[in-house]
Design a protein around this ligand. Structure first.
Ligand SMILES: Cc1cc2nc3c(=O)[nH]c(=O)nc-3n(C[C@H](O)[C@H](O)[C@H](O)COP(=O)(O)O)c2cc1C
Length: 171
């Protein structure tokens, strides 16, 4: 699949078939995460791959009861690693960590789509609750919850601003 095809075709998926993801595909998803760019190649990010139903339920609760989280066969939680990020001081902690993690999550979602899987970035959650559910150490800040599975719906693309509205060309 062309990259632009994946970029345009990917949709946020919030309903999943009750079908497991093949282990080989899970490994491809992990690979997509680690090969994303990062500030100074410090890779100030860590990922949790959650398959356990009770833990997924806890994550759904921490995310304002967005039930589709527990219905996905796999839930990836992406964290910024503040201990690595602090190498670049405040900018590393408050910006690069988030950007490093975001690059990985975009890779993850595009790769999932290429593998026939659906996903959605969930950002609405109580960080402290997620930290509790996963027993995260203090240096890890949970930034994204991404349920992944075989899609059970095919949403129409929501609109985008026009290219002219989003982009300023300076020649
Ligand atoms: C930072 C971020 C946070 C988001 N948080 C949520 C969320 O908590 N729940 C949800 O259902 N979708 C969430 N989304 C998904 C967006 O609603 C979705 O990407 C947007 O509506 C565009 O639709 P598309 O992904 O199908 O192109 C989030 C997306 C991003 C990038």
């Amino acid at each position: 699949m062309e990259v632009i095809e994946a970029i345009r075709g990917r949709r946020s998926i919030r309903r999943f078939k009750p079908r497991e993801i093949e282990p080989e595909k899970v490994e491809v998803l992990k690979d997509a995460l680690i090969w994303a760019p990062s500030a100074g190649n410090l890779q100030s990010r860590r990922f949790y791959f959650v398959f356990n139903p009770g833990v997924k339920r806890g994550l759904a609760r921490a995310a304002l009861a967005q039930r589709f989280i527990e219905e996905a066969p796999l839930v990836v939680v992406g964290c910024g690693d503040l201990r690595i990020g602090r190498y670049y001081g405040e900018r590393g902690i408050n910006l690069y960590c988030i950007q490093d993690l975001s690059c990985s999550i975009q890779n993850l979602m595009l790769t999932a789509f290429d593998l026939g899987l659906g996903s959605v970035w969930v950002g609405a959650f109580y960080e402290d609750e997620v930290k509790g559910v996963l027993s995260l150490p203090d240096n890890l800040r949970p930034l994204a919850i991404v349920p992944i599975g075989y899609p059970a719906h095919n949403p129409a693309p929501p609109g985008r601003v026009s290219v002219d509205e989003a982009v300023v060309e300076i020649r």
